[in-house]
Design a protein around this ligand. Structure first.
Ligand code: PEP
Length: 261
């Protein structure tokens, strides 16, 4: 069963091995003595995966990759297969981030393929969905996000050994420092949950799926999202790059969720 709240750090292409190890070590130290709940996942670049895993040691922090190949093995120069990510110690993988859609032509089809490939190897996919500013302006956001979730999960069986995470990330607020209104995020999360309920039994949705919010979350705004019923955690970009800032977010999320339980 999933342990909410989830906090996922997406370090993108910002840290090599040395810096990723340093930030991880700082996080490990900062977490000592903190009363923690839920699941913390660090997603460094591919070359840093193994070193970050070694730095984590026995601490209850998980490792994730930022992408994976839709292929298994063979003549696919530059690709990284799910089993390689697993071998480096990762349990999670971000799939379909808006930057991959924008700069690397990821499609609904390639995302669906990657989701299946991740699950086949026992990696939990963190599937990113979200509308652009134009789509929102045109009142298309519900339809766009609904289709993205349906397409990503087409033919995907979710179960205790194959859980999934959806990260709702409105593309137009990513990296801007300006998150959307928590009530707006909650509305979109409720919609995504409904799509999941249409696809899977309620018990599966309740125990083996999670819906996270991502988009300019920081230590100043995170608590406003924590009391929303259907927000089960956060995917954090910029504010996860600095250990002290990220630790403050972790502390706030854990405090808020303890107060609610
Ligand atoms: C992201 O890119 O997934 C993200 C949430 O970034 P930021 O927190 O910087 O908006």
């Amino acid at each position: 069963m999933f342990k909410a709240p989830f906090l996922v750090a997406n370090w993108k292409m910002n840290y090599g091995i040395k810096q990723a190890v340093q930030v991880t070590a700082d996080i490990v130290v900062g977490l000592r003595g903190m009363r923690r709940k839920g699941q913390l996942v660090l997603c460094p670049s591919y070359p840093a995966l193994l070193s970050v895993k070694q730095t984590i040691g026995d601490e209850s922090i998980s490792l994730g990759a930022q992408d994976l190949s839709g292929q298994d093995r063979g003549a696919f120069t530059g690709e990284v297969a799910p089993w390689m990510i697993k071998e480096a110690g990762a349990e999670y993988v971000i799939i379909g981030h808006s930057e991959r859609k924008k700069y690397f032509s990821e499609t609904n089809e390639s995302i669906n393929n990657k989701v299946k490939n991740a699950l086949k190897e026992g990696l939990t996919p963190i599937i990113c969905v979200g509308e652009t500013f134009e789509e929102r302006q045109e009142n298309q956001k519900d339809h766009v996000v609904l289709r993205q979730v349906q397409n990503a999960l087409d033919g995907v069986k979710v179960s205790p050994i194959n859980p999934i995470i959806i990260a709702y990330e409105p593309v137009w607020v990513i990296g801007t420092g300006q998150a959307i209104e928590p009530s707006d995020a909650e509305y979109m999360h409720t919609l995504i949950r409904q799509v999941l309920i249409d696809l899977y039994p309620l018990v599966v949705v309740d125990h083996h799926t999670a819906i996270l919010y991502g988009g300019s979350v920081d230590e100043n705004n995170v608590d406003e999202f924590c009391d929303k019923e259907h927000i089960q955690g956060f995917l954090v970009g910029s504010a996860s790059l600095h250990s002290q800032q990220f630790l403050k977010i972790i502390e706030k999320v854990c405090k808020e969720s303890s107060a609610q339980s």
